[in-house]
Design a binder for this molecule. Sequence first.
Ligand code: SAM
Length: 281
Amino acid sequence: MTRAPRTGAPSGSEGADDATSAPDGGAHADLTRRLRAAGCVFAEDEAHILLAETTDADELERRTVRRVAGEPLETIVGFVAFGGLRLAVEPGVFVPRQRTLFLARRAARAASTVAGARVAEPFSGVAPVAAYVRATVPGARLAASDIDPLPLRCARRNLGADAVVVRGDGLAGFGTDATFDVIAAVVPYVPDGEIRTMPREATAHESGRALAGGIDGLVHVRELIASSGARLAERGVLLLEVHRSQVAAARVCARAHGLGLHARTAPDGQTAVIVVRHALA
Ligand SMILES: C[S@@+](CC[C@H](N)C(=O)[O-])C[C@H]1O[C@@H](n2cnc3c(N)ncnc32)[C@H](O)[C@@H]1O
């Protein structure tokens, strides 16, 4: 439990316990102590959030017990803050990471260049990228798909009734004829051997299928690149989040399929977005 909460922590809440500045004094200090004892580095912020998001004392106790046991705060309170949005998340789903905003902004930029852009988020989980495009690009037509029905329940809430939300493997759920102006995805891209080095919050509470990407992490990246040629509009783009160390191998794959690829590295220096398109587009 070492990362900052992704629920939009109240500002000015870092530092030592300060019961006088908390809205509910002793309750906040007690909760902070329990969370800190359980190993929550951002215990004070998390205590604020739990108190702010819970009205009933029994429910607060149940939620605290879950958090102390290691469940992500986001699935306990039922949302994650993402690019100014409040996205629904439920226990067991992959909680969107803040680094994915880098991809979401690029997807929105690409969608904004086409009137009524058709935007697909395969491997969608709760569909953070499509939700961000929906919020920022009026008129974009959205589709999301995942192999797991659990996150799709949240995706439907996050995208509203106009979006297409379907269950399916890779791009297959969208039907064989569908083409898109933007396909944007965060596939599972962690190399199998690195899963055990991930924080317990992820390995114990998110499905292995949401994380593991094969020996080099690129199984699904290669699949999507291979199937994207037939699914991209003439000037369409496939945008994929990867680790920057995976860009070179992805480029080899794109070339093998007659596609062009360039990459952008995020400000964190680790995350990259690869941009794949028809070679002549
Ligand atoms: C790393 S998570 C990313 C979810 C979401 N894009 C996000 O950033 O929050 C990967 C997602 O891919 C889904 N998935 C795994 N294998 C899949 C497959 N073969 N076809 C479609 N979805 C798959 C998992 O269920 C999971 O929700």
